[in-house]
Design a protein around this ligand. Structure first.
Ligand SMILES: [Ca+2]
Ligand SMILES: [Ca+2]
Length: 149
């Protein structure tokens, strides 16, 4: 009886999980597979039985998605999947998924270099693999003269 209740609670709401790289994810019915948020309702079944593509979930994205899968940009007409927050890339277009109080990201990870980027696709960190590649990626040029890849 108790197990039944636990299962019901699980199937309706509690599918939050951490996918690889600690990304926000959606837990499949097998309770093991954790699908990254951005693969929910992407038209591809990532859960064995396609729970990540079910009608109730995907009928009216993002409104039909559970809140933890959605990140609202500072411009409320835009949203991104929660695993796009703090992934280093400017998905909101105004960097609100990477910088500021809404995103509340940690500082650049070890694979990133902290600077003001010249490219719109980054916000406050650029990938270290771009350091010393002969191309300016930071306003200060620190990626070419200070950073070690
Ligand atoms: Ca999917
Ligand atoms: Ca992002």
């Amino acid at each position: 009886m108790l197990e039944n209740k636990v299962f019901l609670a699980f199937s309706s709401v509690n599918r939050f999980c951490a996918a690889s790289n600690n990304r926000t994810g959606f837990l499949c019915n097998d309770r093991v597979t954790c699908v990254p948020a951005s693969q929910v309702c992407d038209g591809v079944s990532n859960c064995r039985n396609g729970e990540d593509e079910q009608e109730e979930l995907c009928a009216d994205v993002p409104h039909s998605l559970p809140g933890y899968l959605v990140f609202r940009c500072s411009n409320p007409t835009y949203w991104v999947y929660a695993d796009r927050r703090c992934d280093g890339m400017n998905d909101c277009g105004d960097c609100s998924d990477e910088m500021g109080s809404l995103a509340a990201c940690p500082t650049c990870g070890s694979e990133w270099w902290s600077c003001s980027p010249v490219l719109y696709q980054y916000c406050s960190c650029v990938p270290r693999r771009l350091c010393r590649d002969g191309v300016q990626h930071c306003l200060s040029w620190s990626d070419e003269y200070v950073c070690r890849p």
